[in-house]
Design a protein around this ligand. Structure first.
Ligand code: SAM
Length: 281
């Protein structure tokens, strides 16, 4: 387990994942009924972008920093940008020093009665995350394998909710593992919204995963990819994607008309483009 998210926090991939996460969570808050969130690969929750690690890659400069610096950033990003701005120490201006990971973004949307479970397997990271949610009865941290957590925690009592699966892709067979565990999770909680993040390096494994995930869907699904480079090369991160099962019905149009075109224009590098596919009922 060598992956450390601090090197990548706030980069283009986080921008796509976290802006869509805020939309999915906002959607869940539209009904009074309580909801449940399971974050299978949670990270440490908050990232100091002034740290040596974050400064070393500077990846956030090509991500969140570009949105915050844009006075014309579309309104649809507001819940996401508000979540980021709320954490900045005084004097940060329109810059960014502290970046929220998925657990902090999620926590901001929980109402009394809603519940979240965050899993982080890395021993030290789990301790950091635990300390950040100590005493929180609605948001609990587990040092569990995220894939096993799908078995342990699904179906949730609330029967409505969101499962975020955001693995580090250190395993060569991560796509295979994802498909197998997703199948198992769907057999337990077929109506949940599942949001899976993936990197786009070579096209082959990505397309295979998307085909298989679509084959598992009993309801609707969306596949959204933000490609910083038009040409996919195996030796670099060309882009990233989200595969979403049972998405909020509003999300497809939001991605197609607002989120993806803006991110391509603002964050793209060379012949950037997006891909959006939808299926199911
Ligand atoms: N979801 C986080 C966010 O959006 O802020 C970022 C998560 S990062 C991409 C992946 C995390 O998964 C790392 O912190 C890593 O330590 C953790 N991890 C790796 N293997 C895991 C496993 N089998 N179960 C749970 N967590 C794992």
């Amino acid at each position: 387990m060598n992956y450390r998210h601090i090197y990548h926090a706030g980069n283009f991939a986080d921008v796509l994942k976290h802006s869509v996460l805020t939309l999915a969570l906002s959607y869940l808050t539209q009904k009074e009924k309580p909801f449940f969130v399971l974050d299978t690969h949670a990270g440490i929750g908050l990232y100091d972008l002034s740290s040596e690690e974050a400064q070393k890659t500077g990846e956030f400069q090509g991500g969140i920093a570009k949105l915050l610096a844009d006075p014309a950033c579309p309104e649809i990003f507001r819940p996401y940008l508000d979540a980021v701005r709320a954490l900045q120490p005084e004097g940060t201006g329109e810059g960014v020093r502290i970046y929220p990971g998925s657990p902090f973004i999620t926590r901001g949307f929980l109402r009394a009665g809603d519940e979240a479970k965050f899993c982080e397997l890395h021993e030290k990271d789990k301790e950091v995350l635990l300390s950040r949610f100590e005493g929180d009865k609605q948001a609990r941290v587990y040092g569990l394998d995220g894939y096993l957590a799908l078995k342990s925690f699904l179906p949730p009592k609330a029967r409505r909710g969101l499962v975020l699966i955001d693995p580090p892709f250190e395993r060569r067979d991560e796509f295979l593992a994802l498909t197998a565990h997703l199948k198992e999770a769907l057999s337990r909680f077929a109506t949940g919204t599942y949001m899976i993040w993936y990197p786009v390096k070579e096209r082959g494994p990505v397309d295979r995963f998307a085909r298989e995930a679509a084959g598992l869907a009993a309801g609707s699904w969306l596949r959204a990819e933000l490609m910083l480079y038009g040409e996919a090369r195996a030796d670099r991160l060309n882009g990233c994607g989200l595969f979403i099962l049972n998405p909020p019905y509003t999300l497809k149009a939001q991605l197609e008309k607002e989120i993806l075109p803006y991110l391509v224009a603002r964050l793209g590098i060379a012949r950037a483009r997006f891909l959006l596919e939808a299926g199911g009922d």
